[in-house]
Design a protein around this ligand. Sequence first.
Ligand SMILES: C[S@@+](CC[C@H](N)C(=O)[O-])C[C@H]1O[C@@H](n2cnc3c(N)ncnc32)[C@H](O)[C@@H]1O
Length: 250
Amino acid sequence: MATYRDDFYRLPALYDLEYAQHTEDLAFYGELAQKAGRVLELGAGTGRVTQTMVNAGATVEAIDLSQPMLDRLSERFASQGQAHRVTARLGSFIELPQGPEMPLVVLPFNTIHHVYSGRDVLRVFEQVQARLAPEGCFAMDMLIPDPAFFERDPDGVHELRHFPDPDGGTLKTWENGWYDPITQINHVRYHYLRANGARQLVQVPMRMFYPAEFLDLVQQAGWKMLRCDSDFSGTPLAADAHKLILVLRK
Ligand SMILES: C[S@@+](CC[C@H](N)C(=O)[O-])C[C@H]1O[C@@H](n2cnc3c(N)ncnc32)[C@H](O)[C@@H]1O
């Protein structure tokens, strides 16, 4: 079984460069946070979604396994004079640290793919349920395996993108990798070519879950399903979906 690698999350500045423009999920999590007022965010990273939830008026307990990502999150809110709105905690959502009951727990941006077995997904669900208030909600999103994606050339250049290099010039990034249909691990490799010619390779094993398999785990954990959609604007799950977005109540 593949195990977690945190390579990608040792480079928070690169993470922010790549995902600053990823905004499709922000209104969804922002609206939930606005209603709830207090949020436990799992895998908060550098605070991309946290920022929207704070802007919506919520206070956030932000858990992450990566100290560099959390440091950047803390710097972000300190520089805005908003440090009092966010509690950054180093820890794993597979063994959540104790804390107060929350009206909302979120696990955004495909972060569930860092959980490698159904048994550990059930552990995450159990931990979340222990921290959720009785009428509280758990919201998360994940990718649905796409056969076309897995048939890509493992050594090809896919999703080539250019960013301004923080040190000047242009930073090129692309991805490739391979999918193991036995373990359902998508072994993603991110390649970076800095303006000064330096190269970096970052590997991220992502455990993929098929919808029926994942919804079975949802059922086993006893969740009540409030939403089961294929996008953030509420399109119900259908055969051509690439995403699964869930809002659950215990
Ligand atoms: C895809 S990033 C999402 C970051 C942020 N929520 C966003 O939307 O930009 C996944 C984050 O989950 C964290 N992570 C991975 N496994 C974790 C675990 N078991 N417990 C807590 N955080 C974890 C990583 O360090 C990383 O910051």
